[in-house]
Design a protein around this ligand. Structure first.
Ligand code: ACO
Length: 323
């Protein structure tokens, strides 16, 4: 049987640590409020490193761990909602800077579900187009789209990147993945675009440039989508929650995951969380957690892992993986 495995993993986070107390100096908030409502204690914030740069640093480590040459990479899927620029894509910047000359490269935006979408897209293309080694990157520079005067959002989001190398293998690796989208409710989480302005319009159309979120609507969406995403993929693969060693969820709020654990009648120990030190890094959060698990020696061969993402769009999805 031919499968697709995670052969390498790597991460990069900015060195600048911003604590809750640091934030309480710029907006009316407190360490107690942020910790009790979200589980976040501190986060990493860019000091000029942009999205592609962080993605490159993470990818260098992932390719090295996979023990591959750069010319072996034939596909780059770069998940981000905060690219360096519209064109070239962050994936093409990675290709140029890393000399990945044999790769097809493009960006994908599914907000915080981006990494799970990226794994699904890369896996599908590897099956149909015979790519052998794919780089899937989740990288975000959210601090550049945050309104640092809005306490409802600036305490939640942060910067960072992580990459995996997916390779064809005789082992099973990715068992299944399911992605879903609910565009009808997209207004609950947005990052604005540029104003529409040209010499042929009477009046320009301006847009709010920053990240805007209806927190309680996203909270409701997150709890129901994560619960049903986990149930659906388990049912489709004739598995129960007891067959899963670890669930690695998008790290948005520890209370969302506590709610889901209760709904699924399972322990919080089944969920790997590191939101306390990194905050919400959108499409980077799941691979950042996975990378930390790898470095701590938590991941053991043969374990069943379930990655589950949710976020803007609205989008959600999960990947079932045999490590
Ligand atoms: N510090 C202190 N007080 C605050 C802060 C803050 N940083 N932010 C809001 N408050 C105040 C509010 O103004 C409100 O005050 P009021 O009652 O006087 O109006 C009070 O705290 C309660 O606010 P709520 O919004 O009801 O707080 P809630 O308990 O719902 O927590 C939170 C807010 C943390 C945002 C929560 O709704 C949440 O986590 N939602 C999900 C968000 C999420 O997961 N987003 C990421 C999605 S992934 C992606 O694609 C990017």
């Amino acid at each position: 049987m031919e499968g697709i495995i995670i052969k390498g993993i790597g991460a990069y986070t900015p060195s600048k640590i911003v604590t809750n107390n640091d934030l309480s100096k710029i907006v009316e908030t407190s360490d107690e409020w942020i910790r009790s409502r979200t589980g976040i204690k501190e986060r990493r914030i860019s000091q000029g490193e942009d999205t592609s740069y962080m993605g490159i640093k993470a990818s260098e480590k992932a390719i090295e761990l996979a023990n591959l040459q750069r010319e072996d990479i034939d596909l780059i899927v770069f998940s981000t909602c905060t690219p360096d620029m519209f064109i070239p894509s962050s994936a093409c910047i990675v290709q140029k800077e890393m000399g990945l000359k044999n790769a097809v490269a493009f960006d994908l935006n599914a907000a915080c579900s981006g990494f799970v979408y990226g794994v699904d897209v890369a896996r599908s293309l590897m099956k149909t187009n015979n790519y052998k080694n794919a780089l899937v990157i989740g990288s975000e520079n959210l601090s550049k789209v945050i309104n640092w005067e809005d306490r409802k959002t600036c305490v939640l989001f942060a910067d960072g990147a992580a990459s995996i190398v997916l390779s064809k293998s005789e082992n099973e690796g990715i068992i299944d993945s399911i992605c879903k989208s609910y565009g009808d409710n997209g207004e609950f989480l947005s990052i604005g675009g540029r104003e529409i302005k040209n010499p042929f319009m009477d009046e320009s159309i301006s847009k709010y440039q920053y990240l805007d979120m209806d927190g309680s609507e996203i909270f409701k969406f997150a709890t129901s989508s994560v619960t049903s995403s986990i149930k659906d993929i388990l049912q489709k693969n004739n598995m129960t929650i007891d067959d899963i060693d670890y669930i690695v969820p998008h790290q948005a709020n520890v209370r969302i995951i506590e709610y889901v654990a209760k709904k699924l009648k399972t322990s919080m120990d089944k969920f790997y969380m590191n939101i306390d030190t990194y905050g919400n890094t959108s499409s980077a959060s799941i691979p950042l957690a996975l990378n930390e698990m790898y470095n701590k020696g938590i991941l053991q061969k043969g374990q069943n892992l379930l990655l589950v993402g949710f976020g803007g769009g609205l989008t959600y999805g999960s990947s079932l993986i045999k490590w």
